[in-house]
Write a protein of this length. Structure first.
Length: 83
């Protein structure tokens, strides 16, 4: 969709994005989603599942996996780190 909106070939756009940011598009999107999740974990009492869906993940197991890859903590560990 991004490629069609920018009138570029998808693989060319992906290559350009990685050159500029150092990460591929899906990794970047996941990083943005995890940052949003961290904010919600810090500032709300919403369940981890609610936060998962709110930030754009469709599967709570995948969310936990991506969250841990990026932060080296599970969402639950992240929420409880200050307690």
């Amino acid at each position: 969709m991004l490629a069609s909106n920018s009138f570029c070939n998808a693989s060319y756009l992906s290559c350009l994005f990685k050159k500029k940011t150092g990460v591929n598009i899906s990794r970047y999107v996941n990083q943005v989603r995890v940052e949003a999740a961290k904010e919600l974990l810090d500032t709300t009492a919403k369940s981890i599942t609610e936060i998962c869906f709110e930030v754009g993940f469709n599967d709570s197991n995948y969310f936990a996996k991506v969250f841990k890859q990026i932060t080296a903590m599970t969402p639950k560990e992240y929420r409880n780190r200050q307690i």
